[in-house]
Design a protein around this ligand. Structure first.
Ligand SMILES: Cc1cc2nc3c(=O)[nH]c(=O)nc-3n(C[C@H](O)[C@H](O)[C@H](O)COP(=O)(O)O)c2cc1C
Length: 309
């Protein structure tokens, strides 16, 4: 009998559904028991989001400042396989997910254990995953698989539809003609096919070959333009804005209101103006960088951690 633990935090229920569908093949097997553990912040983030709160969560997301969470209510902390399902906030694991990774309980649960990361995101996740890889290594876990479910809408369209989803809680078609918001129902439903692969490779003790099989089954798709944009934006833009806001105070501090509001005005402008410019530059220079682009796609599709990280 093998014990699998699925840890997740989801606001809308989207990631909960993904995690549960993913784990179905394990649940349906008599050889596995599956325990689900939802991360619960002491003061949860409201959903649907209100404008100010959405932008006020930016510095703590980027600077990885944890919120207070309740310990996971588990009978035992000894599992054979850990599935860490998380969504991304501002190119970082969501604050509650990160708070768990920084907890004492995570040290006990992850130490010496194989870990699968399962993401439910819009489309920018590689920077967050690099950070999560580092945390898992620090916790003594062994990352053996990564699966990323994402919004398949074109980048600009996706920004509009996810804003509609996050600020209203609705996943229908914005204005009747935009594509449906978030990750498609079809992708969510078929997450079990990745669970099947994980189960097969886990059963046969072929952990080092699991990620290759997952990549072949399209469990991860790296968009090189988005990957280079987010790496640049996180380092050059996000970290600077975050420390600018944090100088005025921590989460919810009214002293930082003005700076959060300036950021809230800058953010959509940056997305609408800078992102397309970056895209044009990417297209111009891509033919000269094919080798390094291919290398980057292979790296971000995998589970290894670069030694200089
Ligand atoms: C504050 C905030 C910031 C987000 N930033 C990103 C991001 O940088 N990249 C991304 O792909 N998705 C981003 N998303 C979308 C989430 O990753 C996720 O798909 C969505 O919030 C639904 O998750 P849920 O299951 O918790 O409801 C963000 C969502 C929120 C609420």
């Amino acid at each position: 009998m093998k014990n699998a633990l699925v840890i997740y935090y989801s606001q809308s229920g989207q990631l909960t559904e993904i995690a549960k569908n993913f784990a179905k093949p394990l649940e349906n097997s008599p050889e596995y028991t599956v325990t689900y553990a939802s991360i619960e912040p002491v003061n949860d983030y409201g959903f649907p989001w209100k404008g100010y709160q959405f932008f006020d969560s930016f510095p703590e997301s980027v600077d990885k400042i944890p919120c207070e969470i309740k310990p996971l209510d588990l009978e035992s902390e000894d599992f054979d396989l850990i599935v860490f399902a998380y969504s991304v906030w501002y190119m970082s694991p969501s604050i509650p997910s990160n708070s768990f990774l920084l907890s004492e309980q995570a040290k006990r649960i992850f130490k010496g254990k194989p870990v699968i990361t399962l993401l439910g995101v819009r489309n920018m996740w590689v920077v967050a995953q690099e950070y999560v890889k580092e945390r898992i290594k620090e916790l003594g876990g062994n990352l053996i698989g990564n699966i990323v479910l994402r919004d398949r809408a074109e980048n600009m369209t996706g920004i509009i539809t996810i804003s509609y989803f996050l600020f209203t809680g609705k996943k229908d078609r914005f204005l009747g003609f935009f594509p449906k918001a978030g990750i498609s129902e079809k992708d969510i439903k078929s997450a079990d096919k990745f669970g099947e692969i994980v189960k097969d490779f886990f059963d046969n003790n072929q952990l080092d070959q699991m990620q290759n099989a997952l990549v072949k089954a399209k469990a991860v798709k790296v968009n090189p333009y988005l990957a280079s944009t987010e790496q640049m934006a996180f380092k050059r833009v996000f970290t600077k804005w975050s420390s600018f806001i944090l100088k005025k105070g921590g989460a919810g501090d009214p002293a930082r209101k003005v700076r959060v509001r300036i950021f809230a005005n800058y953010f959509p402008f940056a997305i609408l103006l800078i992102a397309p410019i970056k895209y044009v530059f990417f297209l111009i220079f891509a033919p000269f960088k094919l080798k390094s682009i291919k290398k980057e796609i292979a790296y971000f599709s995998g589970v290894e951690l670069k030694s200089n990280n």
